[in-house]
Every structure is written in C-alpha cells, then in structure tokens.
Design a protein. Structure first.
Length: 258
C-alpha cells in the first residue's frame, strides 16, 4: 500500500517514493515515520538508499562509536539485533519485521556530538550490538544527519520518535527478562512463535537449530534436545529442513508458563 497522497509546498509524497520499490512505500506506511509531513518524508527519501541483504549479512556490527551506526527501515524480510560477548556468545534483543526501524537509539546518541556520547556508547555496550538478516531482506538506509535535523525542528517527528523508542525499550526489556527467568523450553517456544511465518495454511520456521540457539543465548545441542521433545509431544514437526508448528496454542502456553 502506498502512503496517502499529500501535498505541502508543492510536494507530492507519492512521487517521492517513485524511485523505490513498492515494499518500501508499504513498510513506511506501517512505521512510525508514517506520521511525518510530506516535506519531511520527501527530505528523508531524497538521499535514502535501498538495498537487499542476504541471510547472514550484517547491517551493522561492532561499531566502536555511535556515529558509525546505520539507520534503516526494514521494507521486506526479517532481521534480528543481538548482543555478542567477547567469547562469541550471542543473545537476541529484537526481531525486526517490515515497518520496523533499526539504529534510531545510536543515531540520537551520536547527535550529541561529543566525547560523552562515545563514552556512553561504550559503557552501555553499543559496540557489542549487531544487526543481521535472517532471510533475504530489503532495507532503506536513511541519512542519520537528515533524520536528526528533522527530529530537532519538527515536533511531530520528535513525538513519533519518542513513542517508538519507548515501545522499543519495553520490548527489549521483556526479551532480556525472558532470557534471564524463563526455562530453555519456554524460550525456544517463544522464539518459534516470533519467527513463524504463514505458508499454505501452516506456521513454518525456516531458521535452524543453531539460529535459535544463538537467539536465546544457548547452545545447539540443548536446543536440539528441546525441539526433539516438542516433536515427540506432537507440538511441531521437521519437514524438508524446516520446523512446522502443529500446535501453536500449546507453544503459546509453554512460553507463557515459563
């Protein structure tokens, strides 16, 4: 779906999306940026760049300073953000679907433009943050400087951004709490539900055992044993290298029970 036509100072929003795919326009309509005025939207799109990431390709990772982080709208596909420790262990902090925007916290922090911003980036672990594609993923990279300028001068942009960051904080805290307090079985169930896509009337997860292990901060062997037990219980099945969710209600109950 294309954003509604809007005119402001002679600007036609539909024309601003003309050089991008329909997926970009549709994702924009689902994002917090849909509330931006035609002039702001056109300005952000003016020097934005669309690209496709392959599974495993990194959008950003191990940025030593906040200023090196990318701001991107997910137009199609699926990405995950995760924290990686010095010993290589990983834990997922978020799944990003079409309409989600990645990199906003770092962009805002970088806008402080001083050494304190870089110190905070290191103290709070910004250099351990990564974002990678789990499937073929189309992204729209937005110029951070232009975005920050809009947030500083347009009340509607600042308000939409603040609301988005609040939701993001709650979501991230919940995911991290799950990783600390839920059993492996409950964490696996929750991530299966998060990753599932509908296909031919069934819910399917294409990510493998290693992907799920990294998502929950565990190891492949533990996750594999858990998935085998869930299959023996009739909750899921493996077909052609994919996981088919036979009883989503049971998975939801497991995730909720902890």
């Amino acid at each position: 779906m294309l954003p509604a036509a809007g005119h402001e100072d002679g600007i036609d929003v539909r024309k601003a999306f003309g050089r991008f795919s329909r997926e970009v326009a549709s994702a924009w309509s689902e994002s917090f940026m849909s509330e931006f005025s035609p002039s702001v939207t056109a300005a952000l799109l003016d020097d934005a760049q669309e690209s496709i990431l392959k599974p495993g390709e990194v959008l950003y990772g191990e940025a030593e300073q906040a200023t090196t982080t990318t701001l991107a709208l997910i137009a199609d596909g699926l990405m995950r953000t995760y924290i990686r420790s010095d010993n290589g262990r990983q834990v997922t902090t978020r799944y990003a679907w079409p309409g989600d925007v990645l990199g906003a916290p770092a962009v805002i922090l970088a806008s402080l433009g001083d050494q304190r911003a870089n110190d905070l980036w290191r103290i709070y672990g910004g250099h351990t943050l990564h974002a990678e594609a789990l499937r073929d993923t189309r992204v729209l990279k937005i110029a951070p400087a232009r975005f920050v300028e809009s947030a500083e001068t347009e009340a509607a942009v600042a308000s939409a951004l603040a609301t988005s960051l609040a939701y993001l904080q709650v979501e991230t805290e919940q995911i991290l709490a799950d990783g600390l307090f839920l059993s492996v079985r409950a964490r696996v169930a929750r991530h299966l539900m998060d990753l599932a896509v509908s296909r031919d009337g069934a819910l399917v997860v294409i990510e493998g055992h290693q992907d799920i292990a990294e998502a929950i901060g565990s190891v492949r062997e533990v996750v594999s044993r858990t998935l085998v037990r869930l299959r023996d219980d009739g909750i899921l099945d493996r077909r052609d290298g994919e996981t088919v969710l036979l009883d989503p209600a049971a998975l939801h109950a497991l995730a909720a029970a902890g």
